[in-house]
Design a protein around this ligand. Structure first.
Ligand SMILES: [Zn+2]
Length: 221
């Protein structure tokens, strides 16, 4: 079982990803290239579900992917804050009861979505010892930005979606390859995906299984 991360007293029932109330725990199992031990992290139901789909190569990359996913899911709520200010909404001429109610709830939805996006959790530590990549009293200093082939991406998922679009690769397959091989082998993952464009999910699974087998053999030697 992974070790539960230290949880500050005031965060006992808080999702590490988005700061909303949490009632679940997310287990992150480390791989050979993962830069930290396996971890159990409190999460809300939605972030838990998103995190399981975006393990990637570290808990911090996983968090960035959860944020990207939340941003996409709540893009309509987030757009309210781009298109309106709170005063404009209050002063807008539509003052009938129904629209008044809409304005209030739209603004509230925007604020909730925005604070979930901006939440940075708390520095990760196990039994009082901060993980490498975390600096005491500050948010994570781990480099989640990612540079490949001279392009700097704000997150690993952004790099994956960029290469998938540019090279017409299956983004889920590429993400699985990167998760398996690690960040340092991003180029190798892209190469495998390029060599196997258009193959069936069954054949994708076979390639992933073969890679796992190779890695197990490498580890056993
Ligand atoms: Zn959450």
């Amino acid at each position: 079982m992974p070790t539960q991360i230290d949880i500050p007293f005031d965060k006992r029932h808080t999702c590490w990803f988005c700061n909303e109330p949490s009632n679940q725990f997310f287990d992150y199992y480390r791989m050979t290239h993962t830069p930290h031990p396996s971890l159990t992290i409190p999460a809300c139901k939605e972030c838990h579900m998103l995190a399981k789909k975006n393990l990637l190569t570290s808990i911090w990359d996983c968090r960035d992917a959860v944020k990207d996913n939340l941003m996409h899911l709540y893009r309509k709520d987030l757009a309210i804050g781009i298109n309106w200010t709170e005063e404009e909404l209050e002063q807008s001429e539509f003052d009938c009861m129904i629209f008044g109610g809409f304005k209030k709830s739209a603004w509230m939805m925007y604020q909730i979505a925005q604070s979930r996006m901006n939440a940075r959790g708390w520095p990760l530590s196990l039994e009082g010892i901060l993980l490498d990549g975390e600096i005491a009293g500050d948010v994570s200093q781990y480099q989640t930005g990612f540079e490949f082939d001279g392009i700097v991406f704000t997150s690993l998922t952004k790099a994956i979606s960029h290469y998938s679009q540019t090279l017409s690769l299956d983004s889920i397959f590429l993400q699985q390859l990167v998760t398996l091989l690690g960040k340092a082998q991003f180029g190798h993952a892209v190469k495998i995906a390029r060599l196997n464009i258009g193959i069936t999910p069954g054949n994708q699974r076979r390639i992933l299984d073969e890679l796992i087998e190779d890695m197990d053999q490498g580890a056993a030697q």
